[in-house]
Design a protein around this ligand. Structure first.
Ligand code: AMP
Length: 301
């Protein structure tokens, strides 16, 4: 496997049908599942590792964000990556970019409302990765449901010739969605954090029993979070998968998104409801059968 620091070298190492998995590193099985999803569909599988300063607000955790290149390279290779593209900030942004990508409406709801500029930073770096690597196919996680909708829209609007694939959320054995930020949680916070997924699963159960009212579904998720010590819910909202607009009832493909603070750490999670063959299927994600690799450092990988 090649580890390359420049766009030019990444393109030089890619042949045939190219797949791309963009990440900010500190890999876990959620990231690796994206590699596994693309592996059979491409000749060269590229994973990018870049902690993108543009998507962090001034009070957010840019300098603290976990980084371990050696660990990431080992894990990416084990999941079938051919190339790891690990640029530094100067390669990605030789000058502060004068051009940015702003996806109207979709990017101003939910997390976009709470994290001004966040999705502009995400859309800009993803556009650069798609232009710089020129992948035929790229995979993104449903964990970041709003981000996935925004990326689908930017790819369509700007005519990138890349197929976007959305992949299920990978969860710890108890349901907690994997996130590099879970490494910030203390033991008690880690236990409390499962309230996000418990609330979502309660809402998914209600949908299976016929509930369609968004307020009822949101209240179920909020109720579980609010009644858990140490969890401060931010929102629960049912949104369209297509344009992230708030739905009053579940009447099309949607996701129920939640955000909460657990101690100082902000976590997000969701469950997707896919309208297919006249019924709503809940995508509850994939549960690991052992604790994730998140808690291992490079020497142990
Ligand atoms: P990040 O490194 O957090 O920017 O995430 C990189 C990619 O991995 C994004 O497409 C995320 O949606 C995806 N991802 C992160 N966590 C998970 C998870 N638990 N399950 C599936 N995909 C995930």
């Amino acid at each position: 496997m090649n580890v390359v620091p420049t766009f030019a070298a990444a393109r030089d190492s890619a042949a045939g049908r190219v797949g791309l998995v963009p990440t900010m590193g500190f890999l876990h099985e959620g990231h690796l599942s994206l590699l596994e999803a693309l592996r059979p569909q491409c000749d060269t599988l590229v994973m990018s590792l870049f902690v993108n300063p543009l998507q962090f607000g001034p009070t957010e955790d840019l300098s603290r964000y976990p980084r371990d290149l050696e660990r990431d390279v080992t894990l990416a290779a084990s999941a079938g990556a051919d190339v790891v593209f690990a640029p530094d900030v100067d390669e990605m942004y030789p000058e502060p970019p004068a051009t940015s990508v702003s996806v109207a409406d979709l990017a101003f709801r939910l997390d976009g409302e709470r994290r001004p500029g966040h999705f502009k930073g995400v859309a800009t770096v993803v556009a650069k990765l798609l232009a710089g690597i020129q992948p035929d196919i790229a995979a993104f996680g449903r964990k970041d449901a709003q981000q996935l909708a925004i990326i689908r829209r930017l790819v369509a609007d700007l005519s990138f010739p890349t197929t976007v694939v959305g992949c299920p959320i990978v969860r710890e054995m108890d349901g907690l969605a994997l996130s590099s930020r879970n490494t910030y949680l203390s033991g008690d916070e880690r236990d409390a954090a499962v309230a996000l997924s418990r609330g979502l699963m309660a809402a998914a159960d209600a949908v299976a029993e016929g509930e369609r009212d968004s307020r009822a579904l949101e209240a179920l998720a909020l109720g579980v979070m609010a009644s858990t010590d140490g969890v401060e819910p931010d929102y629960a909202e049912l949104a369209s998968q297509h344009d992230v607009s708030r739905l009053t009832e579940l009447d099309r493909s949607a996701f129920l998104a939640v955000a909460a603070r657990v101690g100082p750490t902000r976590l997000i999670d969701n469950v997707h409801f896919d309208w297919d063959a006249g019924a709503f299927g809940a995508d509850r994600g994939i549960r690991l059968t052992a604790p994730s690799v998140l808690y291992t450092v490079s020497e142990e990988v």
